[in-house]
Design a protein around this ligand. Structure first.
Ligand SMILES: C[S@@+](CC[C@H](N)C(=O)[O-])C[C@H]1O[C@@H](n2cnc3c(N)ncnc32)[C@H](O)[C@@H]1O
Length: 252
């Protein structure tokens, strides 16, 4: 698994050294891309699919958010076959973690990264798991829960912490993605949102949801946050990660 180059301390040190030599940064990037197929795929997405791409880096790992997965499984336990969407599923670790807790769930994993979707399909051959190279579900698909974990963010914002996020990932893209995901969540369904640079409560969509009291003590709170005006929110933390859509679930 490639690590987010913006967050690796070694890469940061090498980058600082290379900044002293004219052309060294560009050459270093070219060499790394040539040698590493995963970096080539990220580069392809950044240049050919920039309008759809959110967080470009596919970092993930097994059992990344255990308390959230447990809470979601508990809240969906009354459904015989809950329908779940993992938006930005990367290599599918999140889908597999949910599958362990909800064996009869129908889980769709979406990602724009071709290598990650191929890896996810190899690692999980369950007929109830469906990995797709896409940025949206099928138009009429409905889910009991949607997860958008570590996708409504950007490694560059994390590394450079600019005063405005506008040039990298503006709030409008966050709000638009949330509104699009909301269309696929049934009344009474759930939205899980974490490792985002924005607060759900700042979107118009949030009016239809109630924040769940769940707090993840096994993951750090979200603190690098930007407001609807794209400005950095200093000294803020967002502990809410799970949101309940108002109304009765169709599949209850
Ligand atoms: C950091 S990974 C998150 C993986 C997993 N959700 C987790 O939290 O461990 C972000 C993933 O989102 C994907 N992604 C970015 N923009 C996307 C979009 N518009 N639609 C679907 N996937 C996207 C990236 O390709 C990347 O694999």
């Amino acid at each position: 698994m490639v690590l987010d180059p913006q967050r690796s301390p070694l890469v940061r040190i090498l980058r600082r050294a290379a900044q002293q030599v004219p052309g060294a940064l560009a050459l270093g990037r070219l060499v790394r891309r040539t040698l590493d197929p995963q970096l080539r795929e990220i580069h392809r997405l950044q240049h050919q699919d920039a309008a759809r791409l959110l967080q470009p880096f596919p970092d993930t790992f097994e059992e990344r958010y255990p308390q959230l997965f447990d809470a979601l499984a508990q809240r969906l336990a009354h459904l015989p076959a809950p329908r779940i969407l993992s938006f930005g599923c990367s290599s599918g670790a999140e889908v597999r973690a949910l599958r362990r807790r909800l064996p009869s769930a129908r889980i769709v994993g979406l990602d724009l990264n071709r290598r990650m979707i191929a890896d996810a399909r190899i690692a999980d051959t369950s007929p109830l798991s469906d990995y797709r190279l896409a940025d949206a579900p099928n138009p009429d698909e409905q889910f009991d829960a949607v997860l958008a974990m570590a996708v409504l963010r950007h490694g560059v914002l994390e590394a450079e912490r600019p005063d405005s996020c506008a040039a990298v990932l503006p709030f409008a893209r966050f709000a638009d993605t949330i509104a699009r995901l909301d269309r696929h969540i049934v009344p009474g369904g759930w939205l899980a949102l974490y490792h985002a640079h924005f607060r759900f409560r700042d979107t118009a969509t949030a009016a239809r949801y109630q924040a769940d009291p769940l707090r993840m003590s096994d993951c750090p709170p979200q603190t690098l946050l930007y407001g609807p005006d794209d400005r950095l929110l200093t000294g803020m933390a967002e502990p809410a990660v799970l949101f309940h859509k108002q109304g009765s679930a169709a599949s209850d």
